[in-house]
Ligand binder design. Sequence first.
Ligand code: BGC
Length: 398
Amino acid sequence: MSDTTPRPDDGALARLAERSIRLITDLQTPEGAYPASPTFSAYVGYSWLRDGSFIADAASAAGAVDSASRFYGWCADVLERRADSIRWIVAESRAGRPPAAEHMLPARFTFGGEDGVDEWWDFQLDGYGTWLWALVAHLERHGLDGDAYREAVALTADYLLASWQRPCYDWWEEHAQHVHISTLACIAAGLESVARAGLVDDETVGRIRVEAVEIHRLVAEHGTSHGHLIKWVGSTAVDGSLAAAIAPLGFTDAASDVGRRTIAVLEAHLVVEGGAHRYLGDTFFGGGQWPLLTCFLGLAHLEAGDRERADELFLWAASTATPELDMPEQVPSHLIAPGMRQEWIDRWGPAATPLLWSHAMLLRLGIALGRIDPATLSAAVAQHTPIPAARAQEEALR
Ligand code: BGC
């Protein structure tokens, strides 16, 4: 993919948008989970809180209200079923005995809401903040009542309030020894959202106010370098996920010095000919360019008032779709570590395609830009007879 790659025209974009929302709603399981990818060997059968929350946020923005609500209902069920374990984690943490990482909540679950049986880099906190943030955005966007979520929200808030300072795996399920700034942004955005929306009791609101100030202070003092956000406390590098701290999470103000410098450094360090890398030093599948991160950066630019750049990034992301209109996790262009690509293909097969999170971010940015009309999409979802998830998966596998 390069600057000379043809960008899709309006008709192609409309088809891609419709395919995106249908993939999301058709592949949603009867329990309400969104699979990360129906075909990629290492992801099959699992739903991540991180991917799923951003997928639900896009579904909500696209007018697939019921689909998004069903996902948040699935999250609530997953959390309520772990109430005893969460209360134990919180009590132990408050007593100064934070449980080891393997006793903390996982990053992904089976569709039935169980922990996975495969080994995974599970201790990640960001998704727990992101589901709270996305839930409140959904309730506010559609004027919905949040009472049914109160128990799960309270459990999540207690879990995060007790654990946010801890190092854990990042968005990329790496570097468990660090405290990641994007993770803190997800946690703070989630906690502040449920406090603002009155989804937790007054005592919890009070604790959230105190801890949110601490998170912002930590990031201001140790989560920036040369005036921009950094990958983890003590690093000097950036990570593509930091764009999300600006938009859609709103943790960092796009118009602030830190916001503007972060966008500039992400562009300078991670974007090549319109597509964003995860971070310098990425070797996963050779370290290609990620359409979903390119869309997050587009959202940050849009929030900062640069519609033109946001539009360029959107068109680059759209141009990564396959002829079948599947969006990949990454494209093998401008690889950072070309020698590593084959090793991953041998291990897990070709890079995940379709990846629902990529489709979601394309929709989210396209709608924010006014390039995708949610009314057309919700009409398409309403008229469409969903094929059973199992058959959709089978078709995707063909
Ligand atoms: C990515 C995660 C993502 C997961 C499922 C991993 O390779 O690093 O960010 O949640 O895939 O899409």
